[in-house]
Write a protein that binds this ligand. Structure first.
Ligand code: SF4
Length: 434
């Protein structure tokens, strides 16, 4: 069967799509590009965008324009949260919730030929087991996301993820080890460890996230290890010690702040204070000099006053970080925040978002400027035949371009950074890292 797959949303979803595709391939199916003719179309959706339903409908229409007879299967967080809404979309043959995502490959024939729309999106049981999202090798990839943890037991007032993905659960340590070995043997040069709430990783034998990091760092041959987003209250001094002592864990962390206002943080039901976050950032820069720190911020949370936004702005103006991911708050059904009074005017939300994005560009440019002249370890990802340049990512998560041959091996190269161009750097290859 020819199957077209499209993914929306976060890196976890992409990692899970990878496993789904690997499973479909092992069942003898072919994965075709989304806009090619297909017998089935799978949409792996997200619930984070306010426009989830619009996007989903749009993709169903787009897929069926090319393949009018294709059966559409919708899975992912949006399918889990709004199965009835989706099953009513013309052309949808099956709606599969997150707990059953990985059963699709085994039963795709029966889903495609079903006479009636199949809806399989019951509420996720508390004792649901961790479902590994194995990676599979693709020709162009040098880095891969590897999900070792899923679900979340926190109750941030704006978030639907605990409902869409269920409670926290983790991959067993030995399985992590086996999979990392496989990823390395497959030729990947960088692994990004990910999870919904990664710092809360704890397997059935009580292995903690820091133990997993130590294990990979000590036992696996040298390659790059990156930690995806991690909650501030789970960044312990032991974890910082492991990163500081490691030569494979890159000096890059992404730690959501969400708001620099104490009042907003309380209403968001986050598990730390502004003062805690401030001292964490200071400790991180002391212990990990040159660290690249990415921060998530939500703007326009219900009741966020001008004063509270200015507190966030002042906090971020003062703190040391390298880039922001700014999210404009949008109401989600079934969240505490959506029922709060004083929803912020949408125009005000947009203006605040813009101010922080401008601040982010300014700080990111300064971060790159400070690295000019230094040697970065760059893992190339794509080659532009027009400019004859490779583009990839440094250990500090800076996009770097450098001249090279199109058939160059995709491994880490030492590149002296020579100039900044907008939000990226350019450099000259001065030797091989490996
Ligand atoms: S930590 Fe908060 S924002 Fe993150 S997934 Fe859990 S509930 Fe959602």
């Amino acid at each position: 069967m020819r199957i077209a797959v499209h993914t929306l949303g976060c890196k976890l979803n992409y990692s899970e799509t990878s496993r789904l595709c690997a499973d479909l391939l092992s069942h003898g199916h072919t994965i075709v590009p989304f806009d090619s003719e297909a017998d089935a179309i799978i949409l792996n959706t997200c619930s984070v965008t306010e426009q989830a339903d619009v996007e989903c409908r749009k993709l169903v229409r787009r897929g069926r324009r090319t393949s009018p007879d294709a059966a559409v299967i919708v899975t992912g967080c949006y399918a889990q949260l709004k199965p009835d809404e989706i099953s009513a979309i013309d052309g949808v043959r099956a709606v599969i919730g997150t707990a059953h995502k990985f059963s699709i490959a085994d039963r795709i024939e029966s889903l495609v030929t079903a006479e009636e729309v199949v809806v399989d999106a019951d509420e996720i049981a508390d004792d649901v087991l961790f479902q590994p999202s194995r990676t599979h090798r693709t020709a162009s990839r040098t880095r891969t996301f590897f999900k070792i943890q899923d679900g979340c037991d926190y109750s941030c007032s704006f978030c639907t993820i605990p409902k869409a993905r269920g409670s926290a659960r983790s991959m067993m340590r030995d399985d992590v080890r086996r999979e990392v070995d496989r990823i390395v043997a497959d030729g990947y040069r960088e692994v990004i460890l990910s999870g919904v709430n990664l710092g809360e990783y704890r397997d059935a034998e009580d292995t903690r996230f820091v133990d997993v990091l130590r294990m990979i760092d000590e036992d696996v041959p040298p390659f790059r290890l990156r930690i995806s987003s991690i909650e501030p209250n789970t960044v312990t001094s032991e974890l910082i010690d492991v990163i500081a002592a490691s030569s494979s864990i890159v000096p890059h962390l992404h730690i959501p702040l969400q708001s620099g206002s104490a009042g907003v943080l309380r209403r968001m039901r986050r598990r730390y204070t502004v003062d805690y976050y401030r001292s964490l950032v200071n400790v991180l820069h002391e212990r990990l000099p040159g660290l690249a720190l990415g921060i998530d911020v939500i703007v326009g949370f219900p009741g966020e006053t001008e004063q509270e936004f200015e507190e966030t702005y002042a906090f971020l103006e003062d703190a040391q970080w390298s880039y922001l991911h700014v999210f404009t708050y949008s109401e989600r059904d079934d969240t505490v925040a959506a029922t709060m009074e004083q929803q912020v005017d949408r125009g005000v939300r947009r203006m605040r978002t813009q101010r922080l994005r401008t601040l982010s560009e300014w700080k990111h440019a300064r971060f790159i400027d400070a690295k000019i002249g230094s040697i970065a370890q760059v893992l190339p990802e794509s080659y532009d035949p027009l400019t004859q340049m490779w583009r990839g990512w440094s250990e500090h998560h800076v996009a770097v371009s450098f001249a090279g041959e199109p058939d160059q091996v995709k491994m880490t190269y030492n590149v002296r950074l020579t100039e900044r161009i907008d939000q990226e750097a350019r450099g000259i290859r001065i030797g091989d890292d490996e």
